[in-house]
Design a protein around this ligand. Structure first.
Ligand SMILES: [Zn+2]
Length: 198
């Protein structure tokens, strides 16, 4: 859930693309992080709809588990996607469907993006490794294979060829649901690290 929440908008987006209610096109000659022209995605990525998804997902979790702090964290997790997207996207994020579009555009700088995203990735990895420990071999192998794979995806998205068309992007995006299942799998083979008592 902690992985699915911040990714939720990007899990919904490829489905909305396939359904034809949102649209994107490829700009193959742009710098790596700007190759997908996100000209129409108000249902997955407007600020207003992000708040709606965040209330639905966090509230749904709270109702299902009766665990309120968990629901709040899940809801904030969904919201965090928009805040981080606001920093990196060109001004293509609508405030509400049909409304003005915003974005600070860090993705225009390939180096700046790699520096920030790598730092965030390492910080997240560090937090998870410090908070959990493997219960068995699967908890080690499945976890580190996952880390290696998403690093590989990241590097190939920068240095590899641009996607052929928006359909390829939508299929790869839909396949990212499998990554959530993968996280669920290795996380069940890891437990909390024992906290030293004071
Ligand atoms: Zn997004």
């Amino acid at each position: 859930m902690l992985m699915a929440a911040p990714l939720l908008l990007d899990l919904l987006w490829p489905i909305f693309l396939m359904l034809g209610i949102e649209h994107a096109r490829i700009e193959p000659d742009n710098p790596p992080f700007l190759r997908i022209d996100l000209y129409d995605y108000p249902w997955s990525h407007s600020l207003l709809m992000t708040v709606v998804w965040s209330v639905l997902f966090g509230g749904g979790y709270w109702l299902a588990t009766k665990y309120r702090p968990g629901g709040i964290v899940i809801g904030l997790g969904v919201l965090s996607h928009w805040v981080l997207d606001f920093i990196v996207h060109r001004p293509d994020l609508p405030l509400y469907p049909g409304g003005p579009k915003v974005g600070l555009g860090l993705w225009s700088s390939t180096r700046g993006t790699i520096a920030m995203e790598s730092a965030l990735f390492l910080a997240g990895l560090g937090i998870y490794v410090n908070a959990t420990r493997a219960r068995d071999r699967t908890g080690i192998i499945a976890f580190w294979t996952f880390v290696a794979l998403i690093l590989f995806f990241y590097v190939s998205s920068i240095f590899g060829p641009p996607p052929p068309d928006w359909k390829a992007v939508a299929w790869v995006g839909t396949a990212s649901w499998l990554l959530i299942l993968w996280v669920h799998w290795f996380d069940r083979h890891r437990g909390p690290r024992r906290v030293a008592s004071a």
